[in-house]
Design a protein around this ligand. Structure first.
Ligand code: NAD
Length: 493
């Protein structure tokens, strides 16, 4: 991109108290299109003071928003849902340009976000409390739910729309206000969403966007007005956010890294399994917390499965996703490409068999990694211990299902796991014995729909209440339990 072009690139503003405000920060970063390096926008690393101003605005807005009737809140969400449907394609274009995932996956992601808005719009049902009329003579107990106040949200780059939508629709539906920080690598999508929230009638200060990095995060973690933190991102940062947030007496949900194991048994439908595991491993360039990055395949089907899987991976088309809807786009940044190449080198050095080398034939422009397949991977190799977050898959031959489950359970990350089989007994064994929160049976990416919680286990999640489903209502509310005596004596005369 020429300097004349870059001069016209806009620096994104923050949305605070219902106004677009420029950051005063001098730390301004480029947001490149990962397919070609062209600059999509610039983003300021906003200051702690700017974050504190957003928190103060959210606190002010809470005073009125928390009293708005639940029906009015739901109506705004219904309107937002319609606007998101209307602009689905445009939102998909924004995601593709800043994240690199192909347009069809970007639009599917928008669909996932919309699903969350629909879930949140059913808030009148979800917020209902419960009561018992006769716990003692003339005594009744009623449980009421209330919003918790100003909530904070910290998002990753890999789902610029879906992840923020795990957070703000339910938070505001419950009557809270929010300060949300998108990833500095994909900051554009949420600024467009703000325009739609305004069109839907969301009052000023209810949802605030502060762009930036660690300074914004640290203000959210330390500012006493913020009552909760919803975080999605890598394991290391998630640990920090959980420790620091809870040390500051906030409720924290931190959804973190993953290494998801897929098990293929001898009785699996091989053609169907290849299609689905291919998408699980290489879809969105492997930059999914539900990516099927390890495949454990039973001996009897291993040769056939590996041959067909490799053949299919070789046939994957890759390119600039802003030009065409290629199956495989780039990874997010040059550093991620280089980091992936380093892992491939380490895998080879450690003795794994490199069946397909994703370093070969990658274009100069953009940050591409072709599908990469390793065989004969062992548990001491960094390609197994670490989340690579790229289109790299480890294949391991196993003698049976118990060996596969034991292999998967040895990992400290446990977001999801899939099983391909035709056997009910195997499915039951898998469900009862695997240590992972989200399971797929004959599916490659078992990301639960919004009405169920996103339930990673072990070090893939720090906290108690997960995102989405009924957990999200619990997370964004607290309760009053009222025990009351209403003496009936005067009516009994
Ligand atoms: P990341 O941890 O680098 O960034 C996440 C957020 O934390 C960003 O907003 C970033 O600005 C902030 N951050 C980064 N470093 C920080 C620091 N030192 N101090 C304070 N804040 C900091 O994650 P990412 O690369 O954007 O996203 C990919 C990761 O997210 C992967 O590990 C993936 O598995 C995970 N993820 C998990 C889920 C899940 O449901 N478990 C879903 C999506 C993504």
């Amino acid at each position: 991109m020429s300097s004349a072009d870059t001069a016209s690139v806009k620096t994104l503003k923050n949305w605070i108290g219902g106004e677009w405000v420029s950051s005063t920060s001098t730390d301004i970063q480029d947001v490149p299109n990962p397919s070609n390096g062209g600059i999509v926008s610039r983003v300021a690393m906003s200051t702690r003071d700017e974050t504190a101003a957003a928190i103060a605005n959210a606190a002010e807005a809470f005073k009125t928003w928390s009293k708005v009737s639940v029906i009015k809140r739901a109506k705004i969400l219904f309107k937002l849902e319609q606007l998101l449907e209307r602009d689905k394609d445009e939102l998909g274009d924004i995601i593709t340009a800043e994240n690199g995932k192909p347009h069809n996956e970007a639009v599917a992601e928008v669909g996932r976000g919309i699903e969350n808005v629909m879930h949140a719009a059913s808030i009148p049902n979800l917020l209902m409390g419960d009561s018992l009329p006769t716990v003692a003579t003339d005594v009744e107990v009623t449980n009421y739910r209330y919003p918790i106040g100003v909530t904070g949200a910290i998002c990753p780059f890999n789902f610029p729309m879906m992840v923020p939508f795990w957070m703000f629709p339910m938070a505001i539906a419950c009557g809270n206000t929010m300060v949300l920080k998108p990833s500095e690598k994909t900051p554009n999508l949420m600024n467009k969403v703000i325009d739609l929230t305004v069109e839907a009638g969301l009052p000023a200060g209810v949802l605030n966007i502060v762009q930036g990095g660690p300074d914004v995060v640290n203000e959210l973690l330390e500012n006493p007005t913020v009552k909760s933190i919803s975080f999605v991102g890598s394991e290391g940062v998630g640990r920090y956010v959980y420790e620091h947030g809870t040390a500051n007496f906030k409720r924290v949900q931190a959804l973190t890294g993953a290494k998801n194991h897929t098990i293929v048994l001898n009785d699996a439908d091989v053609a169907d399994t290849v299609t689905k595991t291919l998408s699980g491993a290489f879809g969105s360039s492997g930059e999914r917390c539900m990516a099927g990055s390890v495949i454990l395949v039973e001996d009897g089907v291993a040769d056939e499965f590996i041959a067909k899987f490799t053949e299919a991976a070789k046939g994957i088309d890759m390119g600039d996703t802003t030009e065409e809807n290629y199956y495989l786009g780039p990874v997010i940044r040059k550093q991620n490409q280089e980091r992936t190449f380093k892992y491939i080198e380490e895998g080879v050095k450690a003795g794994a068999e490199l069946v397909l080398d994703g370093r070969e034939g990658v274009p100069e422009d953009g940050y591409f990694v072709r599908p990469t397949i390793f065989e004969r991977v062992t548990q001491d190799m960094s390609i197994w211990t670490d989340e690579i977050f790229a289109p790299v898959v480890d294949i391991v031959r196993v003698k049976d299902l118990p060996e596969a489950v034991a292999f998967a359970n040895a990992h400290h990350l446990a977001n999801g796991s899939c099983l391909f089989t035709d056997s009910a007994a195997s499915i039951r064994y898998f469900r009862e014995n695997i240590d992972a929160g989200m399971l797929g049976v004959n599916l490659g990416v078992p990301a639960p729909v919004a009405y169920f919680s996103f339930s990673g286990w072990k070090d893939s999640f720090f906290g108690d209440l997960h995102a989405n489903g009924k957990d999200s209502v619990e997370f964004y509310t607290h309760r009053k339990v009222v025990t009351a005596q209403y003496k009936q004596g005067r009516f009994n005369k």
